[in-house]
Design a protein around this ligand. Structure first.
Ligand code: GDP
Length: 328
């Protein structure tokens, strides 16, 4: 009897010990699974555009206020010339509180944007949108998101994969096309991009696509051959279709003032008509939108706020400045 009790007790202890061990082991595996992606995925400082500026407007206007405001706007990449101008104007109004300064600054920044048509110009049969920008800026993703908005509204879309240097770029477009429901024309690797654009235009005209979007190569802007090549794509399309509606430059919003230099190079080569600024979801530097418009006179038309197919917005200066200045 005693032996039986001891044996039963030992078995119970063993079961409990095994259960505890497994539970403990399971927990640590779970926590590794849960924590590891968090550490890998979340950037060091995931900042909302207005976090830093928003904090400023909760304090009083002391001697350091104006300098801090200028610093914060420059850090957000608004551009030194614009910052100096708008802060001087707001200061000249002698606002009685930081909140009053915020309101005046809001008006000044919104007024920095031109009153202009910010729609993507897609008139023509088909409407033609040529998309340019350096690799990694978000061209392909932006094309997919924009194509989705057209497809959703019932416009058949054809995308020309005219970046013939990177097979991966064409494959990426084809995959998006299958998911979203647009057609793709691609050329042989290394083919002349202008001939891919020409073939795509013929296909779009023959098959009745409402809009042709042309993805282009985006190696570094300093390469003269890239600019020559883009110029040729635009010339061929203009000649064959009687005009190109939109030449959209895609800029990575987190690269800040570099974006201005890029924009200038592309504008000189192909006459950019609109800008899409991407990755504004993960940066405090989106002020480059102000600088692009002020310094180059090109309207910002679209903004990218994530990697998903729905993460694209038409640019609205008032909403943008709301975000830039953060919560009051
Ligand atoms: P491309 O080389 O210019 O065609 O650039 P891709 O479209 O391939 O984009 C480069 C990377 O940026 C990819 O990982 C995209 O998912 C990412 N990306 C593009 N747009 C956005 C955006 O608005 N927000 C974020 N967070 N990532 C983006």
């Amino acid at each position: 009897m005693t032996v039986a009790l001891i044996t039963a007790g030992a078995v119970v202890l063993l079961v409990v010990a095994v259960w505890l061990l497994r539970r403990g082991g399971g927990r640590s595996t779970d926590s590794i699974r849960r924590d590891a992606p968090t550490i890998e995925v979340v950037p060091p400082q995931p900042t909302r555009l207005g976090t830093r500026l928003g904090g400023l407007f909760r304090r009083s206007i002391d001697t350091g206020f104006w300098v801090d405001l200028e610093d914060a706007l420059v850090a957000a990449d608004v551009g030194v010339a614009t910052v100096t101008r708008v802060v001087a104007r707001v200061r000249g109004l002698n606002p009685v509180s930081a909140e009053a300064a915020r309101r005046a600054l809001w008006s000044e920044l919104v007024a920095s944007f031109a009153e202009t048509d910010r729609t993507i110009r897609t008139s023509g049969e088909p409407g033609i949108v040529v998309v340019v920008g350096v690799n990694g800026s978000g061209k392909t993703t932006t094309i997919a998101k924009y194509a989705k908005s057209l497809v959703d509204s019932g416009t058949p879309v054809l995308v020309a994969a005219a970046d013939t240097f990177r097979a991966a770029a064409a494959e990426q477009i084809v995959a998006w096309g299958e998911r979203i429901g647009f057609d793709v024309v691609r050329g042989q690797e290394g083919a002349d991009p202008a001939s891919v654009a020409f073939d795509a235009l013929s296909a779009a005209q023959a098959r009745g696509h409402g809009v042709l979007i042309v993805d282009t190569a985006g190696r570094l802007h300093s390469k003269q051959n890239l600019m020559d090549e883009l110029g040729k794509v635009v010339r061929v399309l203009s000649r064959e279709a009687g005009g190109v509606g939109e030449i959209l430059l895609v800029l990575d919003g987190s690269t800040g003032q570099n974006g201005i230099a890029q924009a200038r190079a592309f504008t000189e080569a192909v006459g950019v008509t609109g800008v899409a600024i991407t990755k504004l979801d993960g940066t405090a530097k989106g002020g480059v939108a102000v600088a692009v418009e002020r310094e180059l006179g090109i309207p910002v038309k679209l903004i990218g706020l994530g990697e998903g197919e729905g993460d694209l917005l038409h640019f609205d200066p008032a909403r943008f400045v709301d975000e830039l200045l953060g919560d009051a």
